[in-house]
Design a binder for this molecule. Structure first.
Ligand SMILES: Nc1nc2c(c(=O)[nH]1)N[C@H]1C(S)=C(S)[C@@H](COP(=O)(O)O)O[C@H]1N2
Ligand SMILES: [Mo]
Length: 578
């Protein structure tokens, strides 16, 4: 059985195998670049290149213009246009023009969105596939910009990640999701605050009349406006006091539907929220949420394209004067603000990627400061969502760096008979456990979804020892604030893989040392003989091939001091329930 050794040094010997890490991205230490393919969409069995959308859209536009012009010669259509000129007769007018707060929040909105979208595309490039089902089984993706998964070989999610250009993504290097997420989440925080300010100000002034339809007449009027634009005889413009119905509807959908949808589907990709929300997390599973999140981005992109095009072809000077200078005149005042504002966007756009690569640690720390508290809050939720046998994924992606050591090979050769899990540090009763010891303990089974930071998910049934039982055995002292999990395997950039959890995670009902996966012993690739399951966190925090657990007061002196291997080397956060 187990041996108790009061004489063990305070620190686990593996601590000596942890390595420091650079504070900037050194490309020589990074995954080598790998290009993807032009995005494709699957229709049934066929994968269609999205570039087809360009000629198709062009042809449809030309046909649309021709048809719209033909329609306008029909008396019935002409009568319709007279009856519904583009603005309902009852539509209220806005008396306050374009006040400074509106102009400022409009600018901030576009500034923030640029970086949110860029960082979002970078995040997507870490698992360049989208699915509707939570499984992520190869071949079931509906969108990808990566080749099909190569069959018959070990192909990890990291192998699957692709490089996108640094002017597009932030920071534009392969597998930089840790840094891209700090951008995405931090700027999202600012964008959301800006959005709240917009909502409040819209409704505390008369400006909401611009955006919120108050009569069903907007529908025929929007159709009328669409017909007028499409026939290239543009409707009268009264933007100073009110928008036409097509504008109103699209702005309404953008501000009051697309934006909240993006926020909600963003949060639903989080393990702690999804696992906590029961049926909501099951129906709007992570892949569905991710796909909708992506389509919402397309709504924004197409909106921006149409919006900017119309601003410039329906009287650029007058339009810019309104939104950039608050002036309803024929001056150049709008240009005088618009041009420097765009220069600012361009400058920030140009510097974002190089800055992030050079000051990666600063980006990580800033991100922690901006959104760390929110992620910390989500960590307190004890995940409870459980799925059923029929939900188990036929395919469960692999990830991580496999153990390559004589020590591990010997353990495998001996079918882990020689394995000992060391549990020590700030505990009253440090102990070693063999696999047989662990199997003799009370066991727990759970069917849960795994959320990899890169974007894929998978469902499996896990069996093993609840962490709470282990806590009872070793009795962490009052000083123990964190549990460190050391792996038998190194990380991708050398040095031992490890990760740190707060004690609250250790007490969650579904946190366990898994020995079985889907009714059989966990395979070597998935983390044999023992891996951690902590269902409110992202996958990278669930250390595979666990060698030792050490309870500590602080993690600053471990590795590079950021709370885990990926935290040190890839600038992730150490609290990652979102
Ligand atoms: N020791 C070790 N554990 C690890 C990793 C690793 O690289 N080394 N990768 C992590 C990541 S990023 C994920 S998503 C999961 C993947 O587990 P799976 O291969 O069973 O899917 O393991 C985690 N545990
Ligand atoms: Mo992961």
């Amino acid at each position: 059985m187990h041996s108790e050794s009061g004489a063990r040094p305070t620190h686990d010997p593996i601590q000596a195998s942890l390595t420091p890490a650079d504070d900037r991205v050194l490309l020589s230490h990074w995954l080598p670049p790998q290009s993807g393919v032009v995005p494709r969409i699957r229709f049934g069995q066929r994968w269609v290149n999205v570039l087809w959308a360009l000629p198709i859209a062009f042809v449809l536009l030309v046909i649309g213009v021709a048809v719209a012009q033909a329609l306008r010669t029909l008396p019935g259509v002409q009568a319709f246009l007279v009856r519904y000129p583009g603005v309902p007769a009852s539509a209220p007018t806005v008396m306050s023009g374009f006040p400074a707060w509106l102009r400022l929040t409009h600018f901030l909105n576009l500034f923030f969105m640029a970086f949110i979208i860029r960082a979002g595309i970078q995040i997507l490039a870490d698992h360049p596939r989208l699915y509707w089902h939570r499984d992520c089984t190869p071949g079931t993706d509906w969108f990808r910009f990566q080749k099909p998964v190569p069959p018959g070989r070990v192909w990890t999610a990291k192998d699957d990640s692709v490089t996108i250009p640094d002017w597009l993504g932030i920071p534009g290097i392969r597998h930089s999701i840790g840094l891209a997420r700090w951008w995405h989440f931090s700027v999202n925080m600012l964008w959301t605050l800006n959005g709240i300010a917009i909502y409040v100000l819209l409704f505390s002034t008369d400006q909401w009349h611009r955006l919120v339809p108050t009569t069903w007449e907007v529908i025929p009027n929007a159709a009328s406006t669409a017909l007028q634009y499409l026939s290239l005889t543009f409707p009268d413009d009264h933007s100073w006091t009110r928008y036409n119905s097509l504008q109103q509807l699209t702005y309404f959908l953008t501000v009051f539907v697309a934006a909240p949808t993006s926020i909600v589907t963003g949060f639903l990709q989080s393990p702690s929220l999804s696992n906590h929300l029961g049926w909501v997390g099951r129906v709007l599973n992570r892949q569905r949420a991710r796909s909708i999140h992506f389509l919402a981005m397309w709504w924004f992109l197409l909106f921006i394209l149409a919006h900017v095009t119309l601003v410039f072809i329906t009287g650029a000077r007058a339009n810019l004067n309104m939104m950039w200078a608050g002036a309803n005149d024929a001056s150049w005042s709008g240009f005088a603000v618009f041009v420097p504002a765009m220069a600012l966007v361009a400058l920030a756009w140009w510097r974002a990627s190089p800055f992030t690569i050079r000051h990666a640690r600063l980006v990580q720390k800033t991100g922690e400061f901006m959104v760390g508290w929110l992620k910390g809050l989500a960590e307190w939720w004890d995940p409870k969502s459980q799925l059923t046998e029929k939900d188990i994924s036929p395919y469960f992606w692999l990830n991580g760096t496999m153990p390559k050591s004589a020590e591990f090979d010997a353990l495998v050769a001996g079918e882990f008979a020689g394995y000992r899990l060391r549990v020590g540090g700030l505990v009253a009763r440090p102990q070693d456990f063999s696999l047989a010891d662990l199997r003799a303990m009370p066991q727990q089974e759970q069917i849960t979804t795994h959320f990899c930071i890169q974007g894929w998910s998978g469902v499996a049934k896990w069996g093993g020892v609840p962490m709470r039982h282990l806590l009872d055995l070793v009795q962490p002292t009052a000083d123990a604030r964190y549990a460190v999990f050391y792996s038998l395997a190194d990380g991708g950039d050398g040095g031992r893989y490890y990760d740190v959890h707060r004690m609250v995670n250790m007490r969650h009902a579904l946190t366990m040392l898994a020995i079985d996966m889907n009714g059989a012993p966990v395979s070597v690739l998935h983390g044999a003989p023992v891996r951690l399951r902590c269902e409110n966190e992202l996958g990278f925090k669930m250390v595979k091939w666990v060698a030792a657990i050490e309870f500590v007061r602080d993690f600053k002196d471990l590795g590079a001091g950021h709370g885990g291997y990926n935290e040190d080397h890839e600038f992730y956060g150490y609290r990652m329930p979102i």
